[in-house]
Every structure is written in structure tokens, then in C-alpha cells.
Design a protein around this ligand. Structure first.
Ligand code: ADP
Ligand code: MG
Length: 209
């Protein structure tokens, strides 16, 4: 079972991954964007970690909705409202359960991803974060490791795509040949999730990990 502690550790690991990869995310956002994706997410996830430490929400749903609100209010770029919506809607779908199993989490995450698609009007194949999020959540029923691998492959598969949404779409054909920054950061979220689970994802409050 996954508890609030697990979700706090996941988002803390995600913040560390974003911090570590920020320069690369910004580099990917240079040829097909405005070179701010890494700094946008670093600002957002730093605020997430600060808020989680301060408020220490005690249900999975509360952890995710708090994190989502922070991303929406601190990230100026398109990715802030989109990732914020992802976490907020996933959190709402989890309700006030104190623990959730993997299947319930996967279902809630899909609700969050559907909300991202609705907000941004994008679908898989449009060269956006959805190209990693959708394969990632599809892989979750197998394992966290399978989800990580599927999200990573999804991000790599954006390279030959032509962007149809977001800033990169203004470039038309010239967006082909570049990996989408948002799909890359989405793959990082799944990487952090797999790491967190491997470290003892089923630990409870006060347990190991
Ligand atoms: P901005 O484009 O405002 O500078 P960021 O650079 O932080 O914002 O984020 C860019 C990423 O956001 C893109 O690489 C893409 O993955 C994602 N994105 C942009 N628009 C959309 C959309 N409509 N739907 C889904 N994802 C999107
Ligand atoms: Mg940008």
C-alpha cells in the first residue's frame, strides 16, 4: 500500500531529478521553445518540497493536491498549469484514503492525465508531455520499472514527431528531430516513482525507507 509518506518521497525525488536535469531540460527547450523548461520546473518543484515540509499533508490525495497547487501558482510557463492539473486531479481522484494500492493509484493518475489532455487539447503523438505520461501510466499495472521504461521510450519517440501543441508547434516541420522537453520531464517523474518504490515504496509511516 502507498501512503502519504510514499507520495512525499516521490515528489521529493522528482524535485531532485528536476534539479539535477534542469540544464538539460532547458537545453531541450532551446531549439523548439524558449529555453525555460528546466528553470520553470526547478522553481515549481522547489516550492512543492517547501510546502510539503511545512504542511506535511497526511493523505496521498492531500500530498498531490498541495503539490499541484504549488506548481500552478509558481510556474509561469505552460507546463505549470499542466503538471499542476496532473497532480491536483490525481490527488482529488484519490479522495481522503490514508493508503492506496497501486491499481487505485494508476486509475487516479489516468484521471489526472485525462485532465491534462482536456486542458491542453493535446493527444499522444502531438509531441507533448502526454507522449511520456500515457505510455507511463499504461505500464503501471505491470510494475513501476515497466512504467519508467515506457515513459522513457515515449519521450525518445517524440524526436521524429512534428509538434502540434504548445510553443514548439509554431515551428511546424522545424520541430522534427528534437526531443520534447515536457515528455522528457514526464519521464523523470516516472523515474523518480520507480526509484521511490525500489527504496521501499510500501513502507508505512514510521517504517523503513
Ligand atoms: P512554455 O512552453 O510556456 O515555455 P515550458 O517550457 O515549461 O512552458 O513547457 C513546455 C512543455 O510543455 C512542452 O515541451 C510540452 O511537453 C508541454 N506542453 C506545451 N503545451 C502543451 C499542451 N497543450 N498539452 C500538453 N503539453 C503541453
Ligand atoms: Mg518553455
Amino acid at each position: 500500500m502507498l501512503d502519504a509518506h510514499f507520495f512525499r518521497r516521490w515528489l521529493t525525488a522528482a524535485a531532485a531529478a528536476v534539479d539535477r536535469e534542469a540544464d538539460r531540460l532547458t537545453e531541450l527547450d532551446s531549439p523548439i521553445g524558449d529555453a525555460d523548461h528546466g528553470s520553470n520546473l526547478r522553481r515549481g518543484f522547489t516550492a512543492v518540497v517547501t510546502a510539503l515540509e511545512k504542511e506535511a499533508p497526511d493523505t496521498p490525495g492531500a500530498v498531490l493536491t498541495l503539490a499541484g497547487r504549488q506548481l500552478i501558482s509558481t510556474v509561469g510557463g505552460a507546463s505549470g498549469p499542466l503538471y499542476g492539473t496532473l497532480l491536483r486531479r490525481t490527488g482529488k481522484a484519490l479522495g481522503d484514503a490514508r493508503e492506496v494500492d497501486e491499481a487505485r493509484f494508476a486509475e487516479a493518475l489516468r484521471t489526472g492525465i485525462d485532465a491534462v489532455a482536456a486542458l491542453g487539447g493535446a493527444a499522444p503523438g502531438d509531441k507533448t508531455m502526454l507522449d511520456a505520461l500515457v505510455p507511463g501510466v499504461d505500464g503501471l499495472p505491470d510494475s513501476f520499472g515497466a512504467a519508467r521504461e515506457a515513459a522513457l521510450q515515449g519521450a525518445l519517440a517524440t524526436i521524429p514527431l512534428r509538434a502540434r501543441k504548445g510553443r514548439a508547434s509554431y515551428l511546424g516541420e522545424r520541430s522534427v528531430g528534437h526531443q520534447d522537453p515536457g515528455a522528457t520531464s514526464s519521464a523523470l517523474l516516472f523515474e523518480a516513482l520507480a526509484e521511490t518504490a525500489a527504496e521501499g515504496g510500501e513502507s508505512r509511516e514510521g517504517g523503513h525507507g
